[in-house]
Design a protein around this ligand. Sequence first.
Ligand SMILES: Nc1ncnc2c1ncn2[C@@H]1O[C@H](COP(=O)(O)OP(=O)(O)OP(=O)(O)O)[C@@H](O)[C@H]1O
Ligand SMILES: [Mg+2]
Length: 270
Amino acid sequence: MRLKSKVLIIAGSDSSGGAGIQADIKTVTSLGSYAMTAITAVTAQNTTGVKSITPIRPKEISNQIEYSAKDIRPHAIKIGMLHSKQVILAVNKSLNKLKIKKIILDPVMVAKGGAKLIKPAAISFIKNILMKKVLLITPNIPEAEILSGVKIRSSKDMIHAGKKLVKLGAKNILIKGGHLKSKMMIDILINKKSVKEFRSKKYNSKNTHGTGCTLSSAITTHLSCGKDLIKSCELGIKYVNDAIKTNTNLGKGNGPINHLNSIILNKKFK
Ligand SMILES: Nc1ncnc2c1ncn2[C@@H]1O[C@H](COP(=O)(O)OP(=O)(O)OP(=O)(O)O)[C@@H](O)[C@H]1O
Ligand SMILES: [Mg+2]
């Protein structure tokens, strides 16, 4: 298989391998592209929860971004966990230097088990600086509520929150429906011109650790290969849905999904 594109991931490390940088690398790789990373924090976690978080110095994060991208220029960038104002400002400065158009921001705030992954004071910097800069932002329902100030209980509320974020300067918002009480899974893409609803099968599974990181990385990979935004979201959702369906039930808590669902191993390596 020939490499389809190059993607830079700016995010936190998940020692259990199911979310964060690890999920991002697996996703980009299994979809045929080349993954580079800038690690923003190191977390010690497993499927039952987060034990500790060690932040990486902002200067070191900038070095990783700028030095990697200077040598191998990425077609697109995915941003995940940014835990403090200083980190957000450093990442923003580096992005200004790179001038890459396809940037996708997953505004990670809380882990599945409830651990806070961002300092409250940093949220306004996500909203006022990064949200307006990126091509797409992919909040889950609690994150969309915090960013928009709209309480979300239905798909109508998701659209209302998304439209509010457009008014605040966001270009495209994909609000993820994983936290919504609904029969089908509903993710909604909102921008100035249109509202596009994606419906998929909802699985009654505890193994959904890293679905959000995986989705934003899959969308970034498809965008990096030249697909349009709607197609990239559609294919990203399909990849996550199939990865939940084929999960291998690892760990005692919220286990990982199956990132390998898109790969067929070459015979000569078996
Ligand atoms: N039980 C499920 N069945 C099918 N799809 C799901 C399920 N849970 C989540 N998804 C899908 O996974 C993607 C991520 O949504 P979710 O709302 O879980 O993000 P998140 O809360 O950011 O995840 P994370 O906890 O990994 O940060 C969406 O496309 C959503 O539709
Ligand atoms: Mg998330």
